[in-house]
Design a binder for this molecule. Structure first.
Ligand code: C5P
Length: 208
């Protein structure tokens, strides 16, 4: 079984994907980390983010089992990843890796921006997780503060909106809800409520 989860930054899709995978006994891949890992490698070596040939080469050698979330979650890496995600050759290479991951039994939960539309268009269940920008910025700000770092709500909000705009308007695989995806708006939900709602959607779909 493959569960495809898409949505904008800080919508809660990552937490939901992890919890759904553990609940249904599936493997989990946060595809955002694959874009982040390539961006981090270029940044670390002072290489230009627009160099597609180098990006493809790094992607080709990427080990999905060795992506360190705590390092890759840095804000500047996310920004660089989002700028590199417009490169069609890089996307092609990463999508190939992501599909190979999804195909291994017993299946997987993948979360990202183009899972239901491009990576796994035949997934059994597709969820599109969203929330109002202010709610997402509030959560993201609290998360950063809880790590003992500084965060300012207004600049986090501006940042999220800029990232949404870039992800939704790029020419290749833009962020959008697949026609057959279930919409889950978590603006008024805590994570537990959102998780129960997601489990109900997946269970109903499996039964049908
Ligand atoms: O989800 P996360 O913030 O880790 O993703 C970083 C960036 O990687 C996103 O802003 C987006 O541009 C890109 N991305 C993508 N397709 C995916 C996952 C992430 O384009 N499936």
């Amino acid at each position: 079984m493959i569960i495809a989860i898409d949505g904008p930054a800080a919508s809660g899709k990552g937490t939901l994907a992890r919890r759904l995978a553990s609940h249904f006994g599936l493997r989990h891949l946060d595809t955002g980390l694959t874009y982040r890992a390539v961006a981090a490698a270029l940044l670390a070596n002072g290489l230009p983010l627009g160099d597609e040939a180098i990006a493809v080469d790094i992607a080709h050698r990427l080990d999905l089992g060795h992506m360190d979330r705590s390092v890759l979650s840095a804000h500047e890496i996310g920004e660089a990843a989002s700028r590199m995600a417009v490169l069609p050759g890089l996307r092609e290479e990463l999508v190939r890796l992501q599909r190979a991951f999804a195909m291994v039994p017993p299946g997987a939960v993948l979360d990202g921006r183009d899972i239901g539309t491009v990576v796994c268009p035949d997934a059994e269940v597709k969820l599109y997780i969203t929330a109002a920008p202010e709610a997402r910025a509030r959560r993201r700000t609290a998360e950063i503060l809880s790590q003992g770092k500084e965060a300012d709500f207004v600049s986090v909000l501006e940042d999220l909106k800029r990232r949404d705009e870039r992800d939704q308007t790029r020419a290749v695989a833009p962020l959008k809800q697949a026609a057959d995806a279930h919409l889950l708006d978590t603006t008024e939900m805590d994570i537990e409520t959102a998780f129960r709602a997601a489990v109900d959607i997946v269970t109903a779909n499996r039964a049908s």
